[in-house]
Design a protein. Structure first.
Ligand SMILES: Cc1cc2nc3c(=O)[nH]c(=O)nc-3n(C[C@H](O)[C@H](O)[C@H](O)COP(=O)(O)OP(=O)(O)OC[C@H]3O[C@@H](n4cnc5c(N)ncnc54)[C@H](O)[C@@H]3O)c2cc1C
Length: 391
């Protein structure tokens, strides 16, 4: 090992803070500095589903079941329902057999609770520096070092600069240089309610995914079951007709008018003050350029439809820490990181796209989907093995 190595991480979301922990635990870094542009470490939005693959990664970062259980909720099943008829299409049991198979349960939690756990853990590490109010305006690879320059005019030079700066990553511009992400025409509204307010509507202990033509609704309890999380997603007709302003709140009710009564009643409760336009990017093969490396949404922005964006960021962090820990040569470690992570994350990105198409089918397509999926056993894990069972 060299005498000392240091790293700068651009972005302090789930990916960036996990990467700091991973480097702190596994690799011999003297300083790991996280530069976050916001004035505090925080998450916008509410619920997060964390499959066992994410929890194995979290465990390697020092966040085990005891910490997660303080905030998480363990759903009983993942259930897909028809948003028009209200009928159950299929389900995946998440009980004892699932947990035995994958070595961890399926959990859901408030994303703020997860970030707080990660930030608290990072604060305990002597070699991690967490810096807020630092917007990185540009990065540069310099062969054996890399530089992250902030809007405040400071150059942070390190052996390695990791871009964990999300969907519209500044670091990615230098590493990949691909065009900006293109909107899909889908928009999401998300929010939480006290569980008591929705007890009659809520699907109890299950994660519910209501699939409908060009729309879906996701619901599940979070924060030990005290809150109920909802994501309302639909394809905007205004986007299809070329309006620049699309996905606005007045389109919601119109879009869900034909849905079954529980879906309409749930959608009425969604907060309308903020929305997210759904974008992803094509998978790419190069996440590394010299001493610049990408991680999380900066490397593999994906639709949320298989609930794996944060899970994949956690896998990235764990693998990056482990290859840097095993390999004194940073360049060789980054090649190994890319070799291990690019195919898997790309497969998850593509799967998220296809699963979205499946959810949003209409007419005959939806009828065929329902008939085929109705026949699946609820303890048939053959489709989830590669995704949830990955270590
Ligand atoms: C509706 C919805 C539901 C989802 N549900 C799930 C789910 O159930 N399970 C799951 O695993 N994933 C889910 N995801 C995906 C998940 O939220 C993301 O994949 C994950 O948050 C990505 O983490 P990240 O740290 O890579 O990026 P981000 O969370 O985007 O963090 C990037 C950070 O970098 C900072 N930053 C950006 N630019 C700069 C800069 N220039 N300088 C300094 N700082 C900068 C930002 O402020 C931010 O803090 C969902 C996404 C959506 C939209």
């Amino acid at each position: 090992m060299p005498d000392s190595r240091d790293a700068v991480i651009v972005g302090g979301g789930i990916g960036g803070v996990s990467a700091a922990l991973a480097l702190s635990h596994s690799a011999d870094f003297e300083t790991i500095r996280v530069l976050e542009r916001s004035d505090e470490f925080g998450e916008i939005g509410a619920g997060l589903q964390l499959a066992p693959n994410a929890q194995h990664a979290l465990e390697a970062l020092g966040i085990g079941a005891a910490e997660l259980d303080r905030y998480a909720f363990r759903p009983g099943r993942l259930v897909m329902l028809d948003a028009l008829s209200g009928e159950v299409i299929t389900a995946l049991d998440l009980g004892a057999e699932y947990e035995r198979r994958y070595g961890k349960p399926y959990i859901v939690m408030h994303r703020r609770d997860l970030l707080d756990l990660l930030v608290d853990a990072a604060k305990q590490r002597a070699n991690v520096e967490l810096c807020v109010g630092q917007t990185v305006s540009g990065v540069q690879d310099e062969g054996t070092r890399a530089v992250a320059r902030t809007e405040q005019g400071v150059d942070h030079v390190a052996d390695l600069v990791i871009g964990a700066d999300g969907l519209r990553s500044t670091v990615r511009e230098q590493v990949v240089g691909d065009p900006a992400p293109v909107p899909s025409g889908y928009v999401s509204y998300r929010g939480t309610l006290p569980f008591d307010h929705v007890a009659e509507l809520a699907g109890g202990r299950d994660v519910l995914v209501w699939a409908g033509p060009g729309m879906h609704l996701v619901q599940y309890p979070i924060r030990r079951g005290e809150l109920y999380n909802q994501v309302v997603c639909f394809r905007s007709d205004r986007f299809d007709t070329g309006h620049s302003d699309w996905g606005l709140p007045d389109e919601i009710d119109e879009h869900y008018a034909e849905a079954c009564a529980p879906v309409r009643a749930s959608v009425e409760l969604i907060s309308r003050d903020r929305h997210w336009k759904m974008v992803d990017r094509d998978p790419v093969e190069n996440w590394v350029r010299g001493r610049l490396a990408l991680l999380g949404d900066a490397a593999h922005p994906m639709f949320q439809y298989v609930a794996q964006g944060a899970c994949q960021a956690l896998e990235d962090a764990q693998v990056l820490g482990s290859v840097l820990g095993a390999q004194p040569d940073i360049d060789a470690a980054l090649v190994e990181y890319q070799r291990l992570r690019v195919p898997r994350a790309g497969r998850v990105q593509r799967t998220a796209r296809s699963f979205g198409e499946l959810l949003h089918l209409e007419g005959m397509g939806a009828t065929v989907r329902n008939r085929l999926l109705e026949a699946r056993a609820h303890d048939d894990y053959s489709e989830s093995d590669w995704l949830h069972g990955h270590r």
